[in-house]
Design a protein around this ligand. Structure first.
Ligand SMILES: Cc1ncc(COP(=O)(O)O)c(C=O)c1O
Length: 383
């Protein structure tokens, strides 16, 4: 029997899983006006605060004046503009690859390139905690989809040995896992991909601009930049703009231009976001970028240590994504709701709050957040 949308929505409400958007007024920052009230923002991926950086805004405005607002078509039709190529040259240099290709979002990269690279007769080996867009990309491909236990290299090795494959093997992982902020074991993954002749793709949505001595991401942090076959990164998180990229050999990028459907059949990114992306990489490469990364790291350590001292479980995270274990779905939703009453905006995830730090949070923001977390944690009996 068909169930109505209303009935299904009611179920979501009863299970505490009904979600609603909240209105943020004005620009993104460490504090925002949320539904009329000033709130400390602890759930943005704008990690370096670049989404309202004057250099990015200026670059976007200049690009609109020179190139207009839209690209008008897919790149393979007539939408390939100078700024697309300039940004790709910049990204390839940033990641140390021969070439790069920009897409309209990280979701579009993963759902476009995974089915392009792996099809019938191929196997995708994917960490169990990979982002939904990787799962969707794998499901869209006709490849066999094998999931290994989270960061469990023995489990991956067993699967690589046991599952027979005459086609391509693609290992895919988040660089920084999006919910829990832990790092992939890239050194081991590079060794395994070499041993088994697989391709390795790393989704660095949460590490690009942030991790590594110069912000190149998780592969830089682990010292394996050259060991990754396909680097994926986003321009809409720490880079403060919009869109995403794949960076790889010239051959792989040429292949993707011809095979990735989300690239081929979609109007390309508009000039303003491309120019902002280039400006963001300039900031990341500047002394200001290094300062922002240091500041983000400092904020992260301060915040995490304060939560650990208070008795919270931060689930082993080592990055600017700091999960706080709470327990049942209703408790997490209630925790997030009570925090909002205290002027702290944090999203509830499965069993945990997902707190994200920004370089632009000041001591007052962090103190307010920690005080509220402790008060609500005590009230709910979490600590
Ligand atoms: C690990 C990961 N990959 C991909 C994406 C999708 O990127 P975008 O927001 O640019 O579509 C996200 C978004 O949150 C993510 O966390």
């Amino acid at each position: 029997m068909n169930r109505s949308f209303r009935e299904e929505l009611e179920d979501l409400r009863l299970e505490g899983l009904f979600r609603q958007m909240r209105l943020v007024e004005g620009a993104q920052g460490s504090r925002v006006i949320l539904e009329g009230r000033e709130t400390v923002l602890l759930c943005s991926n704008n990690y370096l605060g670049l989404a309202s950086h004057p250099l990015l805004k200026e670059a976007a405005v200049r690009a609109i004046e020179q190139y207009g607002t839209g690209s008008g078509a897919s790149r393979l039709v007539s939408g390939n503009m100078e700024l697309h190529e300039a940004l790709e040259i910049r990204i390839a240099a940033f990641k140390g690859t021969e070439a790069a290709l920009v897409f309209n979002s990280g979701y579009a990269v993963n759902t476009g390139i995974i089915p392009a690279i792996a099809g019938r007769g191929d196997i995708i080996f994917s960490d169990r905690l990979n982002h939904a867009s990787i799962v969707d990309g794998a499901l869209l491909s006709r490849a066999q989809f094998v999931r290994y236990s989270h960061n469990d290299m023995a489990s991956l090795r067993r699967l690589l040995s046991d599952v027979e494959c005459s086609g391509r093997r693609l290992i895919v992982t988040d660089g920084v896992f999006s919910m829990d902020g832990d790092l992939a074991l890239l050194n081991e993954l590079v060794s395994l991909k070499e041993e088994f002749g697989a391709l390795l793709m790393v989704d660095d949505a949460h590490a690009t601009g942030v991790l590594g001595a110069t912000g190149r991401g998780s592969a830089e942090q682990c010292g394996v930049m050259a060991g990754i076959d396909i680097h994926m990164g986003t321009l809409g998180k720490a880079l403060g703009s919009f869109g995403a990229y794949a960076a790889a050999s010239r051959e792989i990028i040429d292949y993707l231009i011809n095979r990735a459907r989300s690239f081929i059949f979609s109007t390309s990114l508009p000039p303003a976001v491309l120019a902002a992306g280039i400006a963001a990489l300039d900031v990341v490469d500047s002394s200001e970028g290094a300062w922002l990364r240091r500041r983000l790291a400092k904020n992260t350590v301060l915040f995490r240590n304060a939560l650990l001292d208070a008795g919270f479980d931060t689930m082993g995270s080592s990055t600017q994504i700091v999960p706080v274990f709470v327990g049942g779905t209703n408790d997490v939703m209630e925790f997030s709701r009570l925090l909002l009453d205290e002027g702290i905006f944090v999203q509830a995830g499965r069993c945990r709050l997902r707190c994200t730090l920004m370089a632009t949070h000041d001591e007052g923001d962090l103190e307010k957040a920690v005080t509220a977390l402790k008060a609500v944690g005590k009230k709910l009996g979490i600590i």
